[in-house]
Ligand binder design. Structure first.
Ligand code: SAH
Ligand code: MG
Length: 218
C-alpha cells in the first residue's frame, strides 16, 4: 500500500466505523485541553476492543497503560454487567485525569486504577488474582517491556481469553519494517514470541499502528 492509500484507508475506516458517543468525545477533548500526549487509540480500535471484550466472557479485563482512560472506557463498555477492568498507569498526572473520567462516565465502580510501574504491579496482581481468571488483556504501555508483560500476564489468561497488544507494527517514531529502535525490536520479539506460543492462536492486524490479537486455546 502506498502511504497515500494507507492514509486514505485509515480516513475511510474512521468515517465509516469511527462513531463514538458523547462521553468518549468529551474525554478526548478534555485530554487535549489538559495537555495529555495525543497517543491514545482512536474510535476504530476502541470499537474493536469493545467488541472483543463483549465476545469474551467479559468478567475481568486488565489494561497496561491507561493514559487518560480512553481505551479503558471502550473496554468497560464491552464488559458484562458485573464485569470489571483493572488498569495500570505509572504517571500520576495521567492516573488522576483518568480516575476523574471514570467517575464522570459512571464507571468509577467498574474500572479500578492501579498506580505504579507495570513490571512492579503485574507480579502483585498475579499473586492476588486467581490463575487463568482474566478474559481480556490490553497491552499499551512501554513497548520495550512488551515481552516482559507477555511473560507475566500469560498465566493469568483464561482459556478462550484474549490478549490484545497495541502498536504491534509501529508507533509515532518507528515502524516494524525498519530495524533499530529498541521499541521496534521489543515489539518484534513480542510478536514472534506470541506467534510461536503453542497455547495461543495469534495474529497482528494492520489496523492503525498494528493490533495483535491472541486467544488462549481451549
Ligand atoms: N491505552 C491508552 C494509551 C496509553 S499510552 C489509550 O489508548 O487510551 C501509554 C501509557 O502508558 C502512558 O500513560 C504512560 O504513562 C504509561 N506507561 C508507560 N510506561 C509505563 C510503565 N512501565 N508502567 C505503567 N504505565 C506506563
Ligand atoms: Mg498505543
Amino acid at each position: 500500500m502506498t502511504p497515500a492509500r494507507w492514509n486514505a484507508t485509515d480516513a475511510y475506516l474512521q468515517e465509516v466505523f469511527g462513531a463514538e458517543d458523547e462521553a468518549l468525545k468529551r474525554l478526548r477533548l478534555e485530554a487535549a485541553k489538559a495537555g495529555l500526549p495525543d497517543i491514545s487509540i482512536g474510535p476504530v480500535v476502541g470499537r474493536f476492543l469493545k467488541m472483543l471484550t463483549a465476545m469474551s466472557r467479559g468478567l475481568l479485563a486488565l489494561e497496561v497503560g491507561t493514559l487518560g482512560g480512553y481505551s479503558a472506557l471502550w473496554i468497560a463498555r464491552g464488559l458484562r454487567p458485573l464485569g470489571r477492568l483493572i488498569t495500570i498507569e505509572s504517571e500520576p498526572r495521567h492516573a488522576d485525569f483518568a480516575e476523574r473520567q471514570f467517575s464522570a462516565a459512571g464507571m468509577g465502580n467498574r474500572v479500578h486504577l492501579r498506580r505504579g510501574a507495570a513490571l512492579e504491579v503485574l507480579p502483585r496482581l498475579a499473586a492476588e488474582l486467581p490463575p487463568a481468571s482474566v478474559d481480556l488483556v490490553f497491552l499499551d504501555a512501554d513497548k520495550r517491556e512488551y515481552p516482559d508483560y507477555w511473560k507475566m500476564l500469560r498465566p493469568l489468561v483464561a482459556p478462550g481469553g484474549l490478549v490484545v497488544m497495541d502498536n504491534s507494527l509501529g508507533s509515532g517514531d518507528w515502524w516494524i519494517d525498519t530495524p533499530g529502535p529498541a521499541s521496534r525490536e521489543a515489539a518484534d520479539r513480542a510478536n514472534r514470541m506470541i506467534a510461536a506460543d503453542g497455547d495461543f492462536e495469534a495474529v497482528s492486524l494492520p489496523v492503525r499502528q498494528g493490533v495483535l490479537v491472541a486467544r488462549r486455546k481451549g
